[in-house]
Ligand binder design. Structure first.
Ligand code: ADP
Ligand code: MG
Length: 322
């Protein structure tokens, strides 16, 4: 809340014309500041009209009048950064994903592919080579998305209103200033910082380049899932054992468990039978032996049966490795 010694951009035309200031440079600084507020800081001046931007005596710019301020959460900032990069690279798939990130209702009614194709058309119509896009194209874009059932939080509209206001201020500061083009250049340099062009070029061998199309889609899918998780909108519908193979697997596992249990039970009972004394005699006791009782016969038969069962389970396990 300090006094700023300067005149507003609305009245600064004579001063700017006389002083021979670097008007394009000043406009770039102002644009960079607002973009930084939106993309990185999350709190931005929502009304940067010419009356609210001062040119100070020392040639610096100053923002006043914070009566209208927008606040973005980190997810919205990230989505806006991606939107900026998508526009900078004229990439419909990235544009599509960043817009879905921004939207409140995240599923377009008419399907992803159609939306992506529509966005590709939009890029061709508004961001083609040699075209001079202005911020108003985002109005067209948002109207188009409304038809797809996408709804955006009010603060996103505030961002684009602020950018349209800023466009007017920039035009006063530096006539002919191309806001979208300059934004694209800034985005490219920011992107360059992130990727580190030198290291990237070294690493980009033919094999890696061949993998890129696959790799590029992976994070998109993954990112969408994690974002849904963060927002709590991820819904899954899983029917337990819906697949026939799963049922088969469970059946065979249960079958084996029953066999193994029976085998062990027979084994234990058989051993007890063999060790038991008494019982009806089948063969008369010869000299030196206790004779063969019915218990023994059942015992040995049971032991054999138990061995067969356990062997079956062991063979099944070793054959299938489960
Ligand atoms: N910090 C300041 N230093 C110098 N002048 C200021 C400052 N704040 C406001 N002013 C002057 O007051 C005018 C109106 O202030 P502002 O905050 O823009 O209110 P409003 O909401 O009416 O636009 C500005 O155009 C400017 O001339
Ligand atoms: Mg004001």
């Amino acid at each position: 809340m300090e006094y700023l010694d300067g005149i507003s951009v609305r009245d600064a035309e004579p001063v700017l014309a006389e002083s021979g200031a670097d008007r394009h440079g000043l406009a770039c600084v102002l644009l960079g500041t607002v973009l930084r507020q939106v993309m990185l800081e999350g709190t931005f001046h929502a009304d940067p009209h010419p009356g609210n931007v001062l040119v100070l005596r020392d040639g610096q710019l100053a923002l006043i009048d914070f009566g209208s301020v927008g606040r973005l959460d980190p997810l919205q900032q990230a989505a806006l950064r991606r939107l900026l990069l998508a526009v900078a690279r004229r990439n419909p798939a990235e544009l599509h994903d960043s817009l879905l990130d921004l939207a409140q209702a995240s599923r377009p009614a008419a399907g992803d592919d159609l939306l992506e194709r529509t966005l590709a058309q939009f890029i061709a119509q508004h961001l083609g080579l040699g075209m001079v896009p202005d911020i108003a194209m985002f109005n067209t874009l948002f109207r188009l998305l409304t038809d797809f059932g996408l709804v955006f939080p009010p603060v996103i509209a505030t961002v684009f209103r602020a950018m349209i206001t800023l466009e007017g201020t920039l035009a006063r500061l530096a006539p002919g200033f191309q806001i979208v083009e300059e934004t694209r250049k800034m985005a490219a340099s920011w992107l360059g910082e992130v990727l580190g062009p030198a290291s990237l070029r070294e690493a980009a061998t033919d094999e890696v380049l061949g993998l890129l199309p696959v790799l590029r889609r992976l994070p998109r899918r993954f990112d969408r899932i994690t974002t849904s998780l963060e927002r709590g909108t991820l819904t899954t519908s899983v029917r337990l054992l819906a697949d026939e193979r799963d049922r088969q697997f469970v059946r065979s596992m249960a079958g084996r468990a029953v066999l193994a249990f029976l085998g062990a039970a027979f084994g234990i009972i058989s051993v007890m039978l063999i060790g038991a004394r008494g019982g009806p005699l089948l063969l008369p006791a010869a000299a030196g032996t206790g004779g063969t009782s019915l218990f023994h016969v059942f015992g040995y038969a049971g032991l054999f049966f138990s061995l067969v069962l356990i062997l079956r389970v062991i063979i099944a396990i070793t054959r299938e490795g489960i």
